[in-house]
Design a protein around this ligand. Structure first.
Ligand code: DQA
Length: 146
């Protein structure tokens, strides 16, 4: 079965409590449950990882090179700062979708630039938790039969 790594960066463990007017009221566990239900429907398997540490996120992307068929990643604050995460994503020759809950293009200027998106196949921003589900549908379709 195809294996998709769902990677979430810093502070996303606080979803539900963290600025709910921006990021919504769902917890990360609740979002991940929705992803699991859709994955079953699509016949793919998801592995979930969240870390507040840049190094751990990079190591998990390295792991994905050998173990995953695709990546869905919300690099959170590292989106706007991390060349190291960009390099790790570029090193992973599999489909990768960057997801943001909020519309980073309608927020502060420093959030409008994503350094990491250049290492991904594409990105979704501003659709809340639905962004992860749309990314999963795209990826399941893309890797089917490969
Ligand atoms: C975010 C947007 C980032 O700017 C922010 O640092 C986050 C979450 C989002 O999902 O909207 O932590 O990636």
């Amino acid at each position: 079965m195809k294996n998709i790594f769902i990677i979430n960066g810093p502070n996303l463990n606080l979803l539900g409590k963290r600025e709910p007017e921006i990021y919504g009221g769902e917890t990360l566990d609740e979002i991940n449950q929705k992803i699991v239900h859709l994955a079953i429907e699509l016949g793919v398997q998801c592995r979930f990882m969240q870390s507040n540490s840049e190094g751990e996120l990079i190591c998990y992307i390295h792991k994905a090179i050998n173990e995953a068929d695709a990546i869905i990643i919300n690099p959170a604050g590292y989106t706007h700062t991390s060349i190291a995460l960009l390099d790790a994503l570029k090193a992973a020759p599999i489909p990768k979708v960057e997801v943001h809950l909020s519309n980073i293009h309608s927020r502060e200027d420093f959030r409008k630039v994503s350094i990491t998106a250049a290492g991904c196949t594409g990105s979704i921003s501003g659709l809340g938790a639905d962004g992860y589900l749309l990314a999963l549908r795209y990826i399941a379709d893309k890797i089917r039969g490969k």
